[in-house]
Design a protein around this ligand. Structure first.
Ligand SMILES: [Ca+2]
Ligand SMILES: [Ca+2]
Length: 375
């Protein structure tokens, strides 16, 4: 399965290179990273990126799919029937642009390495709209070495009626001068209405934010990468990430039946994953999609059918009293069993075709990887 996942991504890269090499050369020269630049100079380039000159430095497109970031002019939108909202200044911005077939896919915008200082704040404007609610995603990621932290998740603005530029802002959580990169991870759907755009990315070296009358989204993220470390520190089979305001650890080559998985998470003062909301589910799925080192399609959750009680129904067996499911995403026809001894795993498709859903299976006879969640 891992081979399949890797092959698929490799193919994507090949196809992308083959199909769009000339197009990239013409349109996206400014997206080739300025490798010569040192972290201090890169920091200066982050002072203001309004894309009016057509340059994106020190940001560059590192997408390996049919979707790419290109500078779009408001007066010449790629979807004339679904025009973008008017920018508050200038006419240009970065937009996730698909091929002629509107193929959906992942798009990544990344900075070269730069020097961040304590108190640095990143502010930007964004527009995200979709035919279906939560159809598109947009996340701001902080990467220090191999450790990634999600600073902002803006996917909740992905609705059919989001017709405005909004402003988002978050502190870059570093305790001392640190060389790092920032990245936007986005997923753009295949409908003409689906749109993701970014403008006016500014690095500000203090806590002061200028409000401009636009909707301001303030980060509530306080989890730093190091907050995730103590759970299973040193165990490379269980890498952890801070996503939203929780810490999630995905096992790799550490499979077990449900009871073994449940017991393992509890040794780290965590519980098996509980998927209370669609937003949390998307957070997990989006993260899994961009981490090819996560080699499994199936992960145990804390979902379990109870042994006792009235109105017996599946519940999240995390901290007692266990909570019944409110949000659900069962595979069609599931659950096949409503009996004690059945547990729920989360399936995510390596080929990204059938998406993700829940399946019930015997808690004892199936050995799967699993996801632990902080309490
Ligand atoms: Ca602009
Ligand atoms: Ca949860």
């Amino acid at each position: 399965m891992f081979i399949k996942k890797m092959n698929f991504r490799f193919l994507l890269v090949l196809v992308t290179v083959a199909v769009s090499l000339s197009k990239q050369d013409e349109e996206a020269n400014m997206f080739i990273p300025s490798l010569e630049i040192d972290p201090q100079s890169a920091r200066i380039l982050l002072n203001s990126n309004d894309f009016e000159s057509g340059s994106a430095d020190p940001w560059y497109d590192s997408s390996s799919s049919t979707v790419h970031w290109v500078v779009e002019d408001f007066t010449m939108p790629s979807e004339v029937n679904y025009p973008p909202p008017i920018p508050s200044s200038g006419t240009k911005y970065l937009r996730a642009t698909r091929d002629a077939q509107l193929s959906p896919g992942f798009v990544i915008l990344r900075t070269v390495e730069f020097m961040a200082l304590p108190g640095d704040r990143i502010t930007f404007k964004f527009w995200i709209r979709s035919k279906y609610t939560f159809g598109n995603t947009l996340e701001l990621i902080l990467a220090i070495g191999d450790t990634e932290t999600t600073l902002l998740t803006l996917s909740s603005y992905s609705t059919s009626v989001n017709l405005e530029w909004r402003q988002a802002s978050t502190l870059i959580p570093v305790p001392e001068p640190t060389v790092l990169t920032l990245a936007f991870y986005a997923s753009c759907g295949g409908n003409a209405e689906d749109a993701i755009a970014i403008d006016d990315i500014v690095l500000e070296p203090s806590d002061e934010i200028t409000t401009t009358g636009l909707t301001t989204v303030t980060s509530t993220t306080t989890v730093k990468p190091k907050d995730c470390a103590p759970y299973f520190q040193g165990n490379t089979k269980v890498p952890c990430w801070a996503l939203g305001n929780k810490c999630y650890c995905f096992t790799n080559s550490n499979s077990g039946n449900w009871e073994q998985a449940d017991a393992f998470c509890r040794t780290g003062n965590m519980t098996l994953l509980s998927v209370e909301t669609e937003e949390e589910e998307k957070l997990i799925y989006n993260h899994w999609q961009v981490h090819p080192e996560l080699k499994s399609e199936k992960y145990w959750t804390s979902g379990k059918f109870p042994q006792k009680g009235y109105n017996r129904t599946y519940e999240w067996a995390t901290v007692e009293p266990f909570q019944r499911f409110t949000y659900t995403n069962w595979q069609s026809g599931k659950p096949g069993h409503s009996d004690f001894g059945y547990c729920v795993y989360f399936f995510m498709d390596f080929d990204f075709e059938s998406g993700y859903y829940w399946v019930d299976y015997s808690c004892y006879s199936l050995y799967l990887e699993y996801i632990c969640e902080s309490v």
